[in-house]
Design a protein around this ligand. Structure first.
Ligand SMILES: NC(=O)c1ccc[n+]([C@@H]2O[C@H](COP(=O)([O-])OP(=O)(O)OC[C@H]3O[C@@H](n4cnc5c(N)ncnc54)[C@H](O)[C@@H]3O)[C@@H](O)[C@H]2O)c1
Ligand SMILES: O=C(O)C[C@H](O)C(=O)O
Length: 312
């Protein structure tokens, strides 16, 4: 099996590193547009094999899509990251054309490919990849909710003094500072509702800190994060290539689910060898439904920009 990662920058390289360490495929292809960059990163990672004991091969290529031929999955991380003070949405002008071009090139060489889109603004980039390639909806997956849910579990773990692994908590909606929806009423600590152990004030703070998780790191680091994004992308790939049927929040094309049409938005899905295989409809209360509809409106406005800038 072959897995391709496009973009050998912070997130792409970390994703590839997690994939080879976990031996998710015999061959991993890392592709970047910058001459020699992916080759260098791939060589560096290959030199950890003797220490870490993995057998996966990783090769780096400069914009040569013929080397990606026959990939089962590709993760698209190419494009600009935000700088402190920016929103993810401000990246659309540069990233839309990059993502469109990359998705089309991947498909030319791997007609059965499943695409995992990471580049921001992620929900809109996922929608663009779907519309540009015409791939069946189940084979286009936006990675954002998996990361946001992991950050949500981190925030809960800090307040509760609990292990993040004992916490079950998901974030649905858009992958934006104001569009994500951490579902605290549905979150559990080994099946006990976390709301039993937290004041209203604490719950509000956890939700707010989760929503600005990416912005907080961008301010601290000077560019956006990569360790948790890379681990999240690799976890999504693992569930697909190992047919694990794990439940993740991912940005998928909605056709009536959650009251939404013609939009990619984060909802709980089962990920397996066919891509996203099933959407789980959660029983949302009226407040949550209204917040989800508002999140959809904001993402739809971004999708409309694709036409204005000629990307769709
Ligand atoms: N969805 C998420 O949860 C999530 C999480 C983190 C980052 N991101 C997004 O991922 C993207 C990458 O972030 P990063 O920190 O790795 O940035 P980065 O600048 O470190 O890496 C991006 C890489 O893309 C490459 N690139 C640009 N155009 C290309 C093209 N046409 N073909 C191939 N490669 C190309 C660049 O040369 C660069 O190496 C950003 O848009 C960022 O906002 C999303
Ligand atoms: O915050 C960003 O811009 C990058 C990414 O979407 C993240 O959440 O880390």
């Amino acid at each position: 099996m072959k897995i391709t990662v496009v973009g050998a920058g912070a997130v792409g390289a970390t994703t590839a590193d997690n994939i080879v360490r976990s031996e998710l495929a015999e061959e991993v292809v890392l592709l970047d547009i910058k001459e020699g960059f992916a080759e260098g990163k791939a060589q560096d990672m290959s030199q950890t094999a003797a220490l870490l004991g993995f057998d996966s091969k990783i090769i780096g290529v400069t914009n040569d899509y013929s080397q990606t031929a026959g990939s089962t999955v590709a993760v698209i991380t190419s494009g600009l990251p935000r700088k402190p003070g920016m929103t993810r949405e401000e990246l659309i002008g540069t990233n839309a054309n990059i993502v469109r071009n990359v998705a089309e090139n991947l498909l030319k060489h791997s007609p059965d490919i499943i695409l995992v889109v990471v580049s921001n603004p992620m929900d809109t980039m996922t929608y663009l990849a779907l519309k540009a390639t015409g791939l069946p909806k189940n084979r286009i997956i936006g990675m954002g909710g998996t990361l946001d849910s992991s950050r949500f579990r981190y925030q809960l773990s800090l307040r509760l003094g609990a292990s993040p692994a004992d916490l079950n908590a998901i974030v649905i909606g858009g992958h934006g500072d104001t569009t994500m929806i951490p579902l605290i009423k549905h979150a559990t600590w080994n099946s006990l509702p976390v709301t039993q152990f937290l004041t209203d004030e604490e719950q509000k703070q956890i939700v707010a800190d989760t929503m600005v998780g990416g912005a907080t790191l961008t301010k601290l680091i000077g560019t956006s994060a990569w360790y948790a994004p890379g681990a999240s992308s690799a976890a999504v790939v693992a569930s697909i290539v190992r047919d694990q049927k794990k439940l993740f929040t991912a940005s998928v094309y909605l056709e009536g689910e959650y009251g939404q049409e013609d939009i990619n938005l984060g909802v709980p899905v089962v990920l397996g060898k066919n891509g996203w295989e099933r959407i789980l409809e959660l029983p949302l209360d009226e407040d949550e439904k209204a917040t989800f509809a508002k999140s959809a409106d904001a993402v739809r406005n971004m999708n409309n920009v694709l036409k204005e800038i000629g990307a769709l």
